[in-house]
Design a protein around this ligand. Structure first.
Ligand SMILES: Cc1cc2nc3c(=O)[nH]c(=O)nc-3n(C[C@H](O)[C@H](O)[C@H](O)COP(=O)(O)OP(=O)(O)OC[C@H]3O[C@@H](n4cnc5c(N)ncnc54)[C@H](O)[C@@H]3O)c2cc1C
Length: 628
């Protein structure tokens, strides 16, 4: 395969919300930028998302930066970095304003103000989530607009192109990145690109759990694996967010998101297979709490045949508030209801029967260790010159529980910060050679290799094992078994068949991705083994939850030498006790209100609910309101 050389100021990997906004920010500083994407440009989780975006203060001016950053930190059990939460809160409005300038259009109320969902998504203390008529499509179209606008600088993009590895120069003092190698499948060449900075914005790791995931298949953890191979540190990789309510059947719909805690309505409950309520007041719970309740029931043998439980929304349609409830769901969660109808039938979509659901891998809350501008850190927490990360690739924001609608905002906030930082980072060259030659040789030597098995076989076996052993429920024995089996699979990978074809060489891509997935499985399992107690999304069946009074710590990992992963713990500062108590009391208060509501006489309950639904929907059509 031919190796083509190119040179840019900045290379950005990934064309979702984070990558696109990083590329545009660097271009706007006058840089020449290459945007590389394995999927077609802008096809990403950002595009298939529900398109709901956190915007501080969008409902009330009382929503302060302190309140938003405190929500993120405390709901994430304080294991994230305070600097990241602060940056998120500071930039949340300007990031959305920037998207508006690119053409993103919310729904408006009569005064011309952008409308929110009208209720706080699970774990937020304010209603601050803005939805869009066509969900993620609207968001992605705005990104496309930003890309194609001509301003300063110069931006090229390359799709069907797999970024493989970084070029690294190491001196005694520091690591510096100077570009990397790309497989451009459509052109059938390897592209060796030199740059002063690289931004990794490759999304997450959902494919490790396929088919139990709602993410795009390109989520093979490339950013984490590539950054770690270049000497970066990763944080909190055990914290994989499993969205609690995903379809279980038919198999082709498995893993697709069908609901959020907030869409359970005021009276939704989760039941085990015997019909017993295992969690109520769902609307006031976080994703982690709901997923853990289901995982526990399944683990204890109280799950359905498909390994799930039931999300029962039937109480929401008992009285005069039934039609208003249906109306709110249709207008606010219409795309989710389409999946419900297709997979469970129309009586389920009318909420007349419980939904069979189970958790599904949705988001990686851990990621590459960075500062609040996306500057990547090495094992000693020193900056790796010329390496940045943004979006889901970046770790340290969400801790143990990502709040709904924060990721699309995060992508823009940290994408723009990282793009700017990449543009202003001056080239650093200590004079010694980079590893460019050995990187190119490594990938060229794979081509035309004879072998009995294929990379995809290893991936399929790994996916099964990861769902079972580092999925929503975990224990020491199973995880240790998985850890051993990963090393065996890594050896098998070296013997896999790889064709010598140039164009869209799938066997090559499969081996590249299988290697990244295996390395990510190692990061997750070893981090998970080292966090001995359940915390947030990390639910251990062999230990009790982490003690609330204990000092929070982040689990971090990096390659000490080839094949040797080192795990360290870094203490984090806990949020002030007062703030933690206040937030828990607010959540407790909401739970209590929902409990009380359930026990009110039907007529009174309906009156309260109809008022709430009307507020959420910004008014109800006359035909949906009947006397309570
Ligand atoms: C079904 C669903 C609904 C969601 N709804 C919401 C929501 O309403 N609100 C919210 O806040 N969040 C939501 N999320 C989460 C959110 O969509 C994602 O976390 C967010 O879009 C991530 O943005 P990103 O730019 O980091 O990555 P992505 O948007 O996933 O983009 C990653 C990019 O990297 C590319 N890539 C990966 N590896 C390589 C490589 N090696 N070489 C080249 N390119 C590479 C991919 O092709 C892609 O272009 C949802 C997620 C899903 C799956």
């Amino acid at each position: 395969m031919q190796v083509v050389e190119k040179q840019y100021d900045v290379v950005v990997v990934g064309s979702g919300g984070a990558g696109t906004s990083a590329a545009v920010a660097a271009r706007d500083q006058g840089c020449s930028v290459l945007l590389v994407s394995k999927d077609p440009i802008n096809c990403s989780d950002s595009k298939i998302s529900e398109g709901i975006v956190t915007v501080r203060g969008s409902e009330t001016d009382k929503d302060t930066e302190t309140e938003l950053s405190s929500n993120i930190r405390i709901q994430g059990d304080d294991i994230g970095r305070a600097e990241h939460a602060r940056a998120f809160a500071e930039d949340s409005q300007s990031a959305y304003e920037w998207m508006r300038q690119q053409g993103l259009k919310p729904h408006f109320d009569e005064s011309g103000k952008a409308k929110t969902l009208g209720m706080a998504m699970g774990g937020h203390t304010q209603s601050r989530s803005i939805d869009h008529a066509n969900g993620g499509l609207d968001y992605a179209h705005a990104l496309r607009q930003a890309l194609t606008e001509k301003q300063n600088g110069h931006l090229d993009y390359m799709e069907d192109a797999w970024f493989l590895d970084l070029y690294v120069q190491e001196s005694e003092q520091r690591i510096s990145v100077q570009g990397g190698l790309i497989y451009h499948a459509a052109d059938g060449v390897l592209v060796s690109v030199k740059a002063q900075a690289v931004v990794l914005a490759c999304g997450g790791i959902g494919t490790l759990y396929f088919p139990h995931t709602d993410t795009m298949r390109g989520n093979t953890g490339d950013a984490y694996a590539i950054a770690a191979r270049a000497g970066a540190k990763l944080v909190d990789m055990e914290q994989i967010q499993f969205i609690p309510f995903a379809a279980v059947n038919p198999p082709s719909h498995q893993g697709l998101i069908v609901g959020e805690p907030v869409s359970a309505g005021a009276l939704g409950v989760i039941r085990d297979a015997t019909g017993k309520v295992i969690l109520s007041e769902i609307m006031a719970r976080t994703r982690a709490e709901c997923a853990a309740a289901i995982a526990q029931a399944v683990e204890e043998g109280r799950g359905t045949d498909h390994g799930g439980c039931y999300l029962d929304l039937t109480d929401n349609i008992q009285g005069a508030s039934a039609e208003p409830f249906r109306y709110v769901m249709k207008t606010k969660a219409g795309s989710l209801l389409k999946v419900v109808r297709a997979s469970m039938g129309s009586s389920a979509a009318r909420f007349e029967v419980p939904w069979e659901v189970k958790p599904s891998a949705h988001y990686c809350m851990g990621g590459i260790a960075t500062d609040e501008n996306g500057q990547v850190f090495d094992a000693n927490s020193q900056p790796i010159h010329g390496l940045l990360a943004a979006g889901q690739a970046l770790g340290g924001l969400h801790g143990s529980n990502r709040l709904g609608s924060t990721s699309l905002a995060e992508a823009i906030i940290f994408g723009r910060r990282a793009g700017y930082q990449a543009a202003v980072s001056a080239p650093l060259n200590s004079g010694s050679d980079t590893n460019e030659k050995s990187v190119i040789e490594y990938y060229l030597s794979m081509l035309g290799r004879d072998g009995e098995s294929y990379g995809i076989d290893i991936t399929r076996a790994l996916q099964k094992a990861c769902w079972k052993f580092i999925g929503p429920a975990r224990n020491e024995k199973d995880m240790s078994e998985l850890k051993d089996s990963i090393s065996q699979r890594e050896q098998q990978l070296d013997d896999c068949h790889v064709s010598s074809s140039k164009y869209f060489n799938q066997s090559f891509i499969d081996v590249v991705e299988a290697r990244n997935l295996l390395q990510c499985a190692t990061f997750i399992v070893q981090s998970a083994l080292s966090r001995k107690r359940s915390l947030g999304a990390h639910f251990r069946t062999d230990s009790r939850p982490d003690n609330l009074g204990k000092r929070p710590f982040s689990v971090q990992c990096f390659w000490e030498s080839e094949g040797q992963l080192k795990i360290v713990h870094e203490d984090r500062e806990a949020s002030p006790v007062g703030a933690r108590i206040k937030l828990r009391m607010q959540q407790g208060g909401k739970i209590l209100m929902l409990k009380l509501l359930r026990h009110l006489p039907l007529g009174l309950r309906d009156k309260i609910l109809i008022k709430k639904y009307a507020a959420a929907a910004g008014g109800l059509p006359k035909e949906n309101v009947h006397e309570a």
